[in-house]
Ligand binder design. Structure first.
Ligand code: Q46
Ligand code: ZN
Ligand code: ZN
Length: 350
């Protein structure tokens, strides 16, 4: 289900590259220009370096833990970091989301093996006794909530145990603009205040950075094609219909009529609004979880991840099909084939 072609190859007709006049492979309306493969790669590297430097994300002396999902953004990021000479280890988390997770792991493992890169895999079910669909059912909340909590916990834990200086993720400009849009619609000042491309280390929490914040989804898909990176094109089946998606689609409508708006919205926020919201650094919770030793911040001395693991690991495993809405389930079966027999046929809501 992975692919080397993507949504980027919109007809570039007979247009010429802005830099060298060779036939173009992509049009980038926000730059009001077309580019050949070589100059698109240069542009992406420039934007990557600018983000790393402007926000002092990391240096060549740091050891970097790269969160990789098998999608285009995280693999493009790992490729960029490795080819720019950074010291990296990939981290793949097996979330137990049916065949989507199986395929994602295969793609990430092949990427690492082909390039001689080191990969660490943490499987939620094997190492913590539960998976995302089961957690969604047990908590009766949207899957992304226990998924996000688990991923953050594991990023922190692996970074701490492995002595990494920084954890990086493949969030791109479109992702960050959609999050900003959602936070602004609700005027969630606390989230707005923390929406930065780099978060400094605090006590037992490692530094976190998003080096792709100046690059769009389409540019990352094009990067993968140019660099011969096989990635999982299908999205996580749990993402279908979530709010983040809706915000992205809304911004895409504006971007289509007014190219550059998404970048102006997000980068303008970082430049002009974020400094006004900045206050003193967040306090790290003093309490440590009595089960895993992570900062807990809760009165009962157990962190949110350990509380989730305790509940979900004793529940009967739930297949992914059972926690998808009817539409998402239909799409999942179209993409990944029919499911094994499942308990009943409900609309699958957790
Ligand atoms: S993997 Fe997890 Fe995402 Fe799937 S369940 Fe939601 S948070 S959509 S990035
Ligand atoms: Zn060119
Ligand atoms: Zn814990």
């Amino acid at each position: 289900m992975s692919s080397k072609s993507g949504p980027w190859c919109r007809a570039a007709d007979m247009s010429k590259c802005r830099s060298c006049r060779a036939p173009a492979v992509i049009d980038l309306p926000r730059h009001n220009a077309h580019f050949c493969a070589e100059h698109l790669e240069q542009l992406c590297r420039r934007q990557f370096r600018r983000a790393v430097d402007d926000f002092a994300m990391f240096s060549h002396d740091d050891t970097i833990l790269v969160a990789v999902s098998g999608g285009k953004d995280s693999l493009a990021l790992w490729d960029m970091l490795a080819t720019e000479g950074y010291s990296t280890v990939g981290l793949y988390i097996g979330l137990g989301i049916g065949r989507y997770s199986d395929e994602s792991h295969d793609v990430v493992a092949a990427f690492a093996a082909d390039r001689g890169l080191k990969l660490r895999t943490v499987d939620l079910r094997t190492e913590h006794g539960f998976d995302v669909p089961t957690a969604a059912r047990v908590t009766a909340r949207v899957p992304c909530s226990s998924c996000g909590l688990s991923k953050r916990h594991i990023f922190d834990e692996v970074a701490r145990d492995g002595g990494f200086d920084v954890v990086v993720t493949g969030h791109n400009l479109d992702d960050e603009a959609a999050v900003l849009f959602g936070n602004a619609l609700r005027w969630d000042v606390e989230y707005l205040r923390r929406q930065a491309p780099v978060l400094p280390a605090r006590g037992r929490f490692p530094r976190k950075a998003k080096p792709l914040v100046r690059l769009t989804e389409r540019e990352m898909a094009a990067w993968c094609v140019i660099r011969g990176i096989d990635y999982v094109v299908e999205e996580c089946p749990m993402a279908i219909g979530n709010r983040h998606h809706t915000y992205k689609e809304a911004l895409a409508v504006v971007e289509a009529t007014s190219p550059g708006t998404t970048a102006a919205f997000y980068l303008g926020f970082l430049d002009r609004m974020a400094p006004l919201l900045a206050t003193t650094a967040d306090e790290e919770p003093v309490e440590l979880c009595r089960s895993c030793g992570a900062p807990s911040g809760s009165s009962d001395g157990v962190c949110a991840f350990c509380r989730l693991a305790e509940r979900a690991s004793t529940a009967t495993p739930v297949p992914v099909e059972m926690v998808l809405s009817r539409g998402a389930r239909r799409r999942y079966i179209e993409q990944w084939g029919d499911a094994p027999a499942t308990e009943g046929d409900t609309d699958g809501r957790p």
